[in-house]
Design a protein around this ligand. Sequence first.
Ligand SMILES: Nc1ncnc2c1ncn2[C@@H]1O[C@H](COP(=O)(O)OP(=O)(O)OP(=O)(O)O)[C@@H](O)[C@H]1O
Ligand SMILES: [Mg+2]
Length: 317
Amino acid sequence: MRIHIIHENDEWLPPFAAALDAAGLPWEAWHLDGGVLDLDAVPPEGVYWSRMSASSHTRGHLVSKDHTRSVLSWLESHGRTVVNGRRVLELEVSKVDQHAALRAAGFDVPRTFAVIGDHDRAREVARRLPVPFISKDNQGGKGLGVQRFDTHEAFDRYLADGFVPPVDGTLLLQEYLQPALPRITRVEIVGGEFVYALTADTSGGFELCPADACAIDDAFCPTDGSAKFQLRRDFTAVDAAPWVAFARTWGIGIGGFEFIETVDGRRVTYDINTNTNYNPDVEAEAAVPAATVIAGYLGRLLAAAGSHATVTSSSRA
Ligand SMILES: Nc1ncnc2c1ncn2[C@@H]1O[C@H](COP(=O)(O)OP(=O)(O)OP(=O)(O)O)[C@@H](O)[C@H]1O
Ligand SMILES: [Mg+2]
């Protein structure tokens, strides 16, 4: 009986491996990128944690998303304990799904158009937004396709030259959120509890993947100790309550929510991450690192799954 980590990027595992090992918890990685699933097989007992990433295709893992969909459906049909299960995967891989869910829950969200399929239409749709505006991939992660345009003509030029169609065919055009301070805030939640909030300095650009080891180059993923990421000490569990409630409602066991506080006083949530990579500097500064909180959470789930399995097998005997 162990913890199974469903993922597709070995480079992102070490902080979690270290925390699980330190807690003495048995675990194994399930690297999903194609294979055979016997639908009549019974999945091993244990706890499953999906860390499938929206950006998996950028690492050449073109079927990881669908492989994970299949595996999660199979696990859930057997009643296995799954952290960030089937429904959460859909949030991870679609900013449209995130937007719809956040809006329904009463969050302020950015005005957004989804251009699906024929991207020539984007030219006309963009003119329904004032400048500046943002374009981004629906299936994002690590700032995929995120660009700011200060004129509609600049966007036309981008469409004609340099535009890479999003992997799921859905391009988002979005209101630019003018921040009051050059930063975004990310609220980290584990097991339905607030862990900490951090800020990311956006004065240098939009690419904010905080991973210790990232598959993209340093220019896109600065973890150089430049204090780009900082613990936000003035943000408390009371402040985090709306995002915590959302995470509980949606069964997001482990996730981070990003918002921007705008010059006109709005607090706008624009991104949900369900496979956060925690910044090492922030982790070092936090009262308890998120990786440690995760190990505790998964350990409790494993103990509960173990006692359930024992009851089930003894009641069957
Ligand atoms: N509507 C917006 N207005 C202003 N800035 C934005 C907007 N959308 C995104 N950004 C900036 O671009 C960054 C990346 O955007 P977003 O989080 O939506 O993409 P992502 O692919 O999910 O990236 P990540 O995996 O790093 O979270 C944001 O953190 C923010 O700095
Ligand atoms: Mg983001």
